[in-house]
Design a protein around this ligand. Structure first.
Ligand SMILES: Nc1nc2c(ncn2[C@@H]2O[C@H](COP(=O)(O)OP(=O)(O)OP(=O)(O)O)[C@@H](O)[C@H]2O)c(=O)[nH]1
Ligand SMILES: [Mg+2]
Length: 291
């Protein structure tokens, strides 16, 4: 699926789709080294014991060579890598067939259809890519650590907005109360349409402290989402967005494939010399394609 986009893959996804929609997808994001993988490891242990199989997708869009990161994750999640009830996949490359978020989305579909009831997606929270990726999750945990004070203020607004639960990990460190107060102050400024007030949970992931409280928060939110009203309110726009994204992917690829590289080069040169403006070029290209 990551490597090819031929009819066969589409056919498989078409068959898979009716079997999806059973899994609950949890996104985990936050700054590098905040303890996301350690938390994911704890959550995976909890869910695999209490419920269904657990699927984990680790995403590292910032690194084209994520060998190091993946190796680190392997060490941190050692016990999970050999567990038959857990499936772990690392994804780093954007691939040439559509965006990374599409690749993640489809990997989640496969796991969902294969009966993995809890899916966890970890991604470093730094940019739009990550925000797009966590949007495919039902809920998002934003992981912070004590002493990031000013960071909280400057943290990407997008990341703060997508948090359904805020985890202050490394609660064994100094500055936890201050961080909590600052976060509370920030959260009090915003209110959500669905009435959910994102809780703050303090954890020491390495010791498993606070994990049960975190799971409790996750379950509460899951209950809220499963009410038919809120399911529709949330999922219809969600599927619409995915549909538009797929159309965009498809149309762009389709169009670009039909324009010879040399022609693009020629037009680029004309732009450089200001002989033609991009708008005129687009008109011409699209008119040619129409024909
Ligand atoms: N003191 C302390 N250390 C922790 C805690 N949780 C994780 N760590 C340590 O923090 C380091 C980073 O943990 P990871 O789980 O790899 O963090 P991450 O957010 O997944 O890191 P990236 O995926 O590289 O962004 C590791 O050395 C962990 O052992 C905690 O609660 N307390
Ligand atoms: Mg990690």
């Amino acid at each position: 699926m990551e490597n090819s986009r031929d009819g066969q893959v589409t056919e498989l996804l078409r068959k898979l789709f009716p079997r999806t929609g059973q899994a609950f997808v949890i996104g985990v994001t936050g700054s590098p080294g905040s303890g996301k993988s350690t938390l994911v490891d704890q959550l995976a242990h909890h869910y695999k014991d209490s419920e269904t199989k657990v699927g984990i997708v680790l995403v590292d869009p910032t690194s084209p060579f994520s060998g190091g990161a993946i190796l680190g994750d392997r060490i941190r999640m050692q016990s999970l890598f050999t567990d038959p009830r857990v499936f772990i996949r690392s994804m780093a490359t954007r691939g040439k067939m559509g965006g990374l978020s599409t690749a993640v989305d489809e990997a989640l579909m496969v796991l969902d259809a294969a009966g993995y009831g809890t899916l966890i997606v970890e991604t470093v929270g730094v940019g739009q890519d990550e925000v797009d990726i966590v949007k495919t999750a039902h809920m998002t945990l934003v992981v912070l650590v004590p002493g990031m004070g000013d960071d909280i203020q400057t943290m990407k607004a997008g990341i703060m907005e997508i948090g359904d639960i805020f985890v202050i990990n490394k609660a064994d460190r100094d500055g936890i109360n201050r961080t909590e107060r600052e976060l509370e102050a920030l959260l009090s400024l915003s209110s959500r349409e669905d009435g959910w007030e994102p809780p703050i949970v303090k954890t020491v992931a390495t010791q498993g402290e606070g994990i049960l409280e975190l799971v409790e928060g996750i379950e509460k939110y899951r209950d809220l989402l499963s009410e038919p009203q809120s399911k529709k309110r949330r999922e219809v726009p969600w599927f619409r967005e995915r549909l538009v994204e797929k159309l965009r992917d498809h149309l762009t690829r389709d169009l670009l494939e039909r324009i010879p590289e040399e022609e693009l080069d020629r037009y680029a040169e004309k732009m450089m010399t200001r002989e033609l403006d991009p708008y005129t070029i687009m008109d011409r290209l699209l008119k040619n394609l129409d024909r």
